[in-house]
Every structure is written in structure tokens, then in C-alpha cells.
Design a protein. Structure first.
Length: 408
């Protein structure tokens, strides 16, 4: 039986439509506008806004976290380091109780390079000591151009959806002097990834690392630099490169010691989180307290004004206070609020969580409300196209047409 969502304010990923009815049949949107078909299950959305399902363009995730994300209307998460590669996620792709996921696999980095300084002693992403090494993710440790080039086809073969490069000397994380990819190794790896038709993303938290990523021809940045205020020069270089930026303002704030306590204490958020995630939100990374959030927000606005594509991302990972200040799903809504605080309009911020990440990551079946696309949808009370915090007035979410009631 089809479902007709009626009387809605419809934001299609780009703009507010005049039509107020969207019809779902099976996993797809079959009509935008018109009358509900006979016999359809009607959802009266009077006073509410229908949005494409939200996309978090920077996470590290697992099945439990994907379920939390969906609880907040996030229907797709893009993993920037992790194990949810193409050959390991069939059980997630078909599970409409969790967000969908794409993954870089593990990023290209030198032995001992970022993110090793964040990992507990003895950490093994493939399982306990003695586990079958064939089940372990590919760890593309590279110190030379030849090594980076050699790992790219292996990452492609093991199911990476895009290729991530770590460009980080540890200075922002409080571990200066970490081994770091040099320019030749980074550039060679990026060129090889492009030869394989792969999108490339760089982890870069400083202006110097950002400049290296630009020189290498990286397609997008998984972070926004936070070591210095922006200059006209760096904004111009980013804009001229055509790269996108996932600012992860919520992560930068956490690195500066700013917790997510205000978000956790919002009843619309706290009622959907368990004790572990609540504790995580109340904490922070607190590794770069000398940073200035207003500088980051000013850089976001400058990039936007220069025409750079901005994507919503959070860097949410695991429910531990040491990885605090961010939580799956919930922090997407805070990131939207930060983008508006930086000077974007609510509609521009919403594009950064829907249309733009879908377009930049080649997810042509989602990120918009249009006939023939996946029925990944979010219904919220109020009007987030004018009041961005209304995204947290969660009511219903559809993942491939499967409906979950969020109102609590």
C-alpha cells in the first residue's frame, strides 16, 4: 500500500516547493504534488515540514550508532575511517532500522601517524589478539609515494567507497611531532586514487595541512582548519580548487573544550539518548583549548561566501567521554545550528545536510525529494527553513519507505 504525506511544507533539498503532497510506494518516492492515490495510507503533516533524510558526511560508526542516527532523522552516514566497507555491510544496507552507510575504510597514514594517538593501548580494529587476520581491515600505512600508490588498488578491491588521507602532525590533538604524510606521498596517493575513479578526502586540521591537500588535488576536506584565523589567500585557494569542506564545527568546538551539554539537556535530544551517549555529549575532546570558535565560524562564512560547497558532518564516533562533545544523529542538528550562527541561512544549512553531500559523494538516489528517488524522508513539526532548531521537532522518519515514529 502506498503512503501519501499531505499538507506538508516540502523542502526538497534545494528549496521549499509549492506542492504539499508526497507519495511513497515501496522504497521510492512516486509522486510529488497531486492528489493522494485511492487507498493510500494518509499521513496528515499539517504544521510540519518534510525534508530529505539528513546526511552526516563525517562519522566513525557501527550498527548501534547507525540506529541512534536514524532516531534523529539521519538516514545516511558517511564513514571517514572504519570497517563498514562495501563487502562488510550487506546486513546494514537491508536493515531499515538503521541509517545507511558508506565508508572510506582506513585512511592512508604513516605508521604511528594520526589517529594512533587517540587509540587505547593494544587497540585492534580487527578483533582480539589471535583473530583471523583475513577479517581485519586493510591498514594502508604509507611513508613513500610507492607505498601509497600500492595501497590504492587494495583499498578499492576491499570495498572503500572513497579514499581518505591523513595529513596531520598531531599539533592540534596535543601530540606534536606525529609522523605525517609528506607532499610527495600525499600527491602520489591522490593521483593514483583519481586514476581509479575514486573520490579523495583529506583529514586536515591546520592551514598548512590544508595547503598540502590543495596542492595534491584532493576533492574534499573532512575538517576545517582550526589553528589560525582564515586569510583571504587560503579561502581563495580552497575556492579555486573546487574542493568541498566538511567543517565539523561541533568537533572543533569539542577540541576547544566546549561540551555538548546544552544539546544533551534539550529534551528533544536527551529523551532519545541512553546514559552512555548522554555522558559522552556532556564531555569534550579538550585537546586544543587555545582555539577560538569564533575564528572557525568566520572561516565557515568566508568559505560559503567564496562559493565553496559546505557539507554537514560531526566526526561522531564511540560513546566514551574521551571522544566527547558529539553524538550520532543529535550533533547533526547542532552542526546545522552552527552553520546558521556562522551566517548561512537555514535553507543553505539544510542543503549542506541533504542535496550537497549527496551530489558531492555521488549518491544520486537520495538527498532530494523527487519522483523516483529513495524514500529517505524526515518529518518535523514547525519550519526549519526559517527556524533551524525546528529540525529537532522530530516526528517521523522513513528509510527506504519504512516508517518510524520519532515523536516522544
Amino acid at each position: 500500500m502506498s503512503t501519501a504525506i499531505t499538507n506538508a511544507r516540502v523542502f526538497d533539498g534545494e528549496r521549499v516547493l509549492g506542492e504539499s503532497t508526497v507519495v511513497i510506494d515501496g522504497t521510492r518516492i512516486v509522486a510529488v504534488g497531486g492528489e493522494p492515490p485511492a487507498g493510500a495510507d494518509v499521513v496528515d503533516a499539517r504544521g510540519a515540514t518534510l525534508l530529505p533524510g539528513l546526511i552526516d558526511a563525517h562519522v566513525h560508526t557501527a550498527e548501534e550508532a547507525l540506529a541512534v542516527a536514524l532516531r534523529f532523522g539521519v538516514t545516511t552516514e558517511l564513514e571517514m575511517q572504519g570497517t563498514n566497507t562495501r563487502d562488510k555491510r550487506a546486513h546494514l544496507t537491508e536493515n531499515d532500522a538503521v541509517a545507511d552507510v558508506r565508508s572510506a575504510g582506513f585512511g592512508v597514514t604513516p605508521p604511528g601517524g594520526h589517529p594512533s594517538e587517540l587509540m587505547p593501548k593494544g587497540f585492534n580494529p580487527g578483533g582480539p589478539a589471535g583473530a583471523d587476520t583475513r577479517a581485519m581491515p586493510l591498514m594502508p600505512f604509507s611513508t613513500t609515494p610507492a607505498e601509497a600508490v600500492g595501497f590504492i588498488p587494495q583499498l578499492v578491491a576491499t570495498g572503500s567507497d572513497y579514499i581518505k588521507f591523513m595529513v596531520d602532525d598531531g599539533s592540534v590533538e596535543g601530540h606534536p611531532g606525529l609522523p605525517m604524510l609528506d607532499q610527495a606521498t600525499l600527491s602520489a596517493g591522490v593521483a593514483e586514487a583519481h586514476r581509479h575513479g575514486m573520490l579523495t578526502i583529506a583529514h586536515a586540521l591546520t592551514i598548512e595541512a590544508t595547503e598540502m591537500a590543495i596542492e595534491a588535488g584532493v576533492d574534499g576536506l573532512a575538517h576545517l582548519f582550526m589553528d589560525r584565523p582564515h586569510t583571504d589567500e587560503i579561502i581563495g585557494l580552497v575556492a579555486a580548487s573546487g574542493m568541498f569542506v566538511v567543517p565539523c564545527v561541533v568537533l572543533n568546538a569539542s577540541m576547544m573544550g566546549i561540551t555538548g551539554s546544552a544539546l544533551a539537556e534539550d529534551l528533544r535530544v536527551g529523551s532519545r539518548l541512553d546514559a552512555a551517549w548522554t555522558e559522552t555529549l556532556h564531555s569534550s575532546y579538550n585537546r586544543y583549548p587555545q582555539g577560538k570558535l569564533e575564528d572557525v565560524l568566520a572561516s565557515v562564512k568566508a568559505l560559503h561566501d567564496a562559493g565553496v560547497d559546505l557539507l554537514v558532518g560531526t566526526d561522531a564516533s564511540i560513546a566514551l567521554p574521551s571522544f566527547g562533545g558529539v553524538a550520532h544523529g543529535a550533533s547533526v542538528h547542532q552542526e546545522l545550528q552552527y552553520l546558521v550562527r556562522a551566517g548561512l541561512t537555514p535553507v543553505q544549512a539544510l542543503r549542506a545536510a541533504t542535496l550537497t553531500p549527496a551530489r558531492r559523494f555521488g549518491l544520486d538516489d537520495r538527498g532530494r525529494i523527487a519522483e523516483g528517488l529513495r524514500a529517505d524522508l524526515l518529518l518535523v513539526d514547525g519550519d526549519p527553513t526559517t527556524t533551524i532548531s525546528d529540525t529537532l521537532n522530530l516526528r517521523e522518519v522513513w528509510r527506504r519507505g519504512t516508517r518510524s515514529t520519532l515523536a516522544g
